[in-house]
Design a protein around this ligand. Structure first.
Ligand code: NAD
Length: 496
């Protein structure tokens, strides 16, 4: 049991001003710039972080390259790297509550979820890739007899990682852990509104014995520090999670600089499809509600389109709306809270404007749609359910990234597939049915990186996460993620 009293103590702790983490220690930005960290819990100023300019990013990349060339990490024995990665995981676990509270103060996720999704999955991810280090190896090709064809797997060099504000530790670890496991150096740029836990992770990595310069964190603005990392001539791979708009820019940066490989994990408009023969409609309704409303909808794989078979549509939409009205929204540091804050005032405004637009386009508002708890100074919103959403409405097409669900009826399997795939996105999806053949048909027909069957979410580090269409390319998690951070090199050796 997590102790609420400890959380309440940790939430009042002073947070020192944070520098950039370069070369194993915190350093100020060259131009001395900083920006305020605003807590979405109550709008208060938590601390300041350094505002990196292009010269700071260059310093971090040079530090990463120097460490890579030196070889203390890139050429260390696999068993040594494995030990350090396990020590990192141990330290994350040791400081789990502290990290979770720090992250929630920064980005507003409800603490019960943050504990599992942030330090919990971050530590799991470090352990998973630690274990891969001495198990994933190269190949001997089946050549003719007088030749030996060896396929080496080599680290790419310097990896630039740019991550969003939702689940910074989890998503950061999905990039940093496999990149480090493969022997690379990393420069990570957190989102403006979620830097603190990643800076703390860098300190824990140093404490665990990761050599200096191997993992650097540059805080700053996307259009400045992010752009500088994207355009840097000495970054070999860019691994990104965030919006499609920024993803497009990164591809341009690559084209304008050194053709670095760019891997994109982008947004979604994921269909959650409920057939009348679903095994347990009560459970399906509960999971559908939390599939969109946990973390107040700020989840890339959120099931934001609920497709319901016509015969049960009215009753099911009613059930989901009833659950939505009972969700406990509020103080993210209360263990009983089920949906925390919206990350920033800007994101709240954007989400509310989606509500207005859906109303003006004729969708039926069943519940929610309002800012609440304004007196706290924080950014909160009621879980919102729209019914009678047609596939051409903005709410059916654009990612909101907030607690807004679009319910859409369908008549048969073919129509469900048509509506599910009528999107530029292809990240997640789900199908609820007791019919095994139909479940398999839907898995085959839905164009998405993941198709859940009779559940939503919860996929762990052992399976890949990636999008198709405009939800991205490449995969985080699983052994497949190592492909992004390794190059294949052939040695073709004459034996004659
Ligand atoms: P965002 O694209 O606005 O920002 C993401 C990161 O990019 C931040 O660090 C930001 O500072 C940086 N950035 C912004 N402008 C930049 C520029 N011009 N050059 C370089 N970097 C720049 O996204 P966000 O609002 O932080 O996160 C929400 C988005 O992330 C949603 O679309 C969500 O679906 C997506 N997301 C996807 C996944 C996934 O695994 N597919 C996971 C989580 C979030």
């Amino acid at each position: 049991m997590t102790d609420q009293a400890t959380i309440d103590r940790l939430r009042t702790e002073e947070i020192a001003s944070q520098g950039l983490f370069i070369g194993g220690k915190q350093q100020a930005a060259e131009a001395g710039g900083t920006f305020d960290v605003i807590s979405p819990i109550d709008g208060s100023r938590l601390t300041t972080v350094a505002d990196a300019g292009a010269s700071d990013v260059d310093r971090a990349v040079r530090s990463a390259r120097k460490a890579f060339d030196k070889g203390a990490w890139s050429r260390a024995a696999p068993t040594e790297r494995k030990k350090v990665m396990h020590r990192i995981a141990n330290l994350i676990e040791k400081h789990a509550l502290e990290l979770a509270v720090l992250g929630v103060r920064d980005n507003g996720t409800e603490i019960a979820m943050a504990l599992k999704a942030e330090p919990g999955s971050c530590a799991d991810t470090f352990r998973y890739y630690a274990e891969a280090i001495d198990k994933v190896c190269g190949e001997i090709a089946p050549t003719v007899e007088n030749v030996l064809g060896l396929v080496h797997r080599e680290p790419v060099g310097v990896v630039g990682a740019i991550v969003p504000w939702n689940f910074p530790l989890m998503i950061g670890a999905w990039k940093v852990a496999p990149a480090l496991a493969a022997g690379n150096s990393v420069v990570l740029k957190p989102a403006e509104t979620a830097s603190l836990t990643l800076l703390r992770l860098a300190e824990l990595c140093a404490e665990a014995g990761l050599p200096e310069g191997v993992f650097n964190v540059v805080t700053g603005r996307g259009a400045v520090a992010g752009e500088a990392l994207g355009l840097h001539m000495d970054v070999d791979v860019l691994a990104f999670t965030g919006s499609g708009g920024v993803g497009r820019r990164l591809l341009e940066y690559s084209a304008r600089s050194n053709l670095k490989r760019v891997y994109l994990e982008l947004g979604g408009k994921s269909p959650n499809i409920v057939f009348a023969d679903a095994p347990d409609l009560d459970r399906a309704a509960r999971v559908a509600a939390f599939g969109i409303f946990r973390n107040s909808g700020q989840v890339c794989v959120a099931g934001s389109r609920l497709l319901v078979e016509h015969s049960i549509h009215e009753a099911f939409a009613e059930r989901v709306a009833a659950i939505a009205t009972k969700i406990k929204v509020g103080d993210p540091l209360d263990m009983a809270t089920e949906a925390g804050a919206i990350n920033s005032a800007e994101q709240l405004t954007k989400t509310l404007s989606h509500v207005d637009r859906a109303v003006s386009e004729g969708a039926r508002l069943k519940t929610g749609g309002e800012r609440i708890l304004e007196e706290t100074g924080g950014f909160y919103m009621t879980p919102t359910v729209f019914d009678a959403v047609s596939p051409d409405m903005t709410l059916a097409c654009e990612e909101v990234f907030g607690p807004v669900l679009a319910v859409m009826p369908f008549n048969d399997e073919a129509e469900a597939i048509r509506i599910a795939n009528a999107t530029t996105y292809g990240l997640a999806s789900a199908v609820w049915t007791a019919n095994l053949s139909r479940a398999h048909r839907m898995v085959r027909e839905i164009r998405a990186g993941v198709v859940h069957v009779n559940t939503y979410g919860g996929a762990d580090v052992t399976v890949p996460l990636g999008g198709v269409k405009q939800s991205g390319n490449g995969h985080d998690k699983s052994l497949h993620a190592l492909d992004k951070y390794t190059d294949l090199k052939t040695a073709w050796i004459s034996l004659s």
